[in-house]
Ligand binder design. Structure first.
Ligand code: UDP
Length: 240
């Protein structure tokens, strides 16, 4: 088996990774593509956990705007949307013979387990991919903070933040052809320069827990596997 750089990784995927570009909802082909990338890493013998977002279905602050829906309710709706996404990812991974468990921070006991840290670690040790749903279980934050929290709790070696580009750029690479990829940043640089890669609370928590973050492109086939082998392209965020 190939020598990997990390033993236990947490992958944060946004809800938009589960739908076609510019669309909303869930597109089975996109979920399949994602599952294939996760399988490539799991097949290396690396322990993998996922935090899935819900922005393809509900964003709490957006749905509550100009509506009688209270903002807190909107956020709970967003968290429930992550459970919907988690179930889609679970069945798709299992169709590829990857064993999984979903654990939710909100109680939805008929469809998945509650989040229990020690049990999650046990699943990981047994080679199951653990999908964490419902973010932190609390409103007014996002699943980025949920990812930092779970990565800290299960002592992940790295938090892989999947995006549409292969790292952090000096400017928006879509609109600025002179934009260059930044190889490495410190947590403080990300916070001070307000780079907006993840919530400040997520960066701060990773800094305090010593969990490095790698921003990577999940759409590029094999890239996540390569990153886990220490070969792939992305931007590393750590203490420097
Ligand atoms: N959310 C929340 N608490 C959490 C995680 C998520 O209230 O701990 C809500 C929030 O309203 C958020 C929505 O769930 O907008 C969907 O999550 P997120 O925006 O992080 O999804 P992503 O952008 O990753 O798809």
């Amino acid at each position: 088996m190939a020598e990997t750089k990390y033993r236990r990784v947490l992958l944060k995927i946004s809800g938009e990774a589960l739908c076609a570009a510019g669309a909303t909802g869930i597109d089975g082909r996109e979920v399949q593509r994602l599952a294939e990338e996760v399988k490539l890493v799991a097949d290396l013998g690396v322990q993998v956990c996922l935090v899935v977002g819900g922005g393809n279905l509900v964003r709490g602050s957006v749905i509550a705007k100009d509506s009688p829906i209270e903002e807190s309710t909107g956020h709970y709706m967003g968290m429930l949307a992550t459970v919907v996404n988690a179930l889609a990812v679970q069945d798709t991974l299992e169709s590829l013979s990857v064993p999984t468990r979903v654990q939710s921070a909100l109680a939805v006991d008929t469809v998945c387990e509650p989040f229990i840290r020690r049990r999650a670690i046990r699943h990981l040790e047994k080679g199951r991919v653990v999908i964490f749903a419902s973010g932190t279980g609390n409103p007014f934050v996002t699943t980025d903070t949920g990812a930092a929290l779970r990565a800290s709790e299960v002592r992940a070696d790295v938090l892989l933040k999947a995006t549409k580009v292969d790292g952090v750029y000096s400017a928006d690479p879509v609109t600025d052809p002179t934009a260059t990829r930044i190889e490495r940043l410190t947590y403080n640089e990300v916070i001070d320069r307000r780079l907006g890669i993840m919530d400040v609370s997520a960066i701060d928590l990773c800094q305090r827990s010593g969990v490095p973050i790698i921003v990577l492109d999940l759409k590029k086939p094999g890239n996540m596997r390569a990153v886990v082998l220490g070969e792939g392209v992305g931007t590393l965020i750590d203490a420097g």
